[in-house]
Design a protein around this ligand. Structure first.
Ligand code: IDP
Ligand code: MG
Length: 140
């Protein structure tokens, strides 16, 4: 059975550019429900942990530095088949290759500062949601 939650982050550059409100509106208009949300700045070691699956990749060190460089918004989103549906809404990793009308196409700056994160599997959606949110911080 397909899971119904995914974890997103609005990345530092999108926050800095003031796109948070527009991005959240797009997410809600696409039928996702917010189950939890917070604004915070990751420490370097928290960013290292979050992106642990990318350890050793050429972009890892820079990504960790970037994701801890400024405030982000993290949120748990709910929808049927959430992981796949959200990845469709955000588009390809590289905003230059993202389909027109996707969030990364509209609000991404470059392949690193690509506006938002989206979980890549149901399993990781759960791990990533637990990383940011306790049960007290979530709607049932
Ligand atoms: P995803 O966010 O589309 O799932 P991943 O491959 O999981 O893409 O990579 C995680 C994040 O690492 C990307 O969102 C992006 O910020 C950054 N990243 C991925 N590939 C590159 C690259 O080739 N150069 C620079 N940054 C990259
Ligand atoms: Mg990924």
């Amino acid at each position: 059975m397909k899971g119904n939650i995914t974890l997103t982050m609005i990345k530092p550059t999108a926050m800095e550019k003031g796109y948070a409100g527009k991005i959240i509106t797009r997410v809600l208009e696409a039928g996702f429900k917010l189950k939890a949300m917070k604004m915070l700045q990751l420490t370097k070691s928290q960013a290292m942990e979050f992106y642990g699956i990318h350890t050793g990749k050429p972009f890892y060190d820079d990504l960790v530095k970037y994701m801890s460089s400024g405030p982000i918004i993290a949120a748990i989103l709910e929808k049927e088949n959430a992981v796949e549906e959200y990845r469709k809404l955000i588009g390809s990793t590289n905003p230059e290759k993202a389909e027109k009308g996707t969030i990364r196409y509209d609000y991404g700056t470059n392949i690193q500062a690509n506006a938002v994160h989206g979980s890549d599997s149901d399993e990781n959606a759960i791990i990533e949601s637990n990383f940011f949110f306790s049960h007290l911080e979530r709607l049932k």
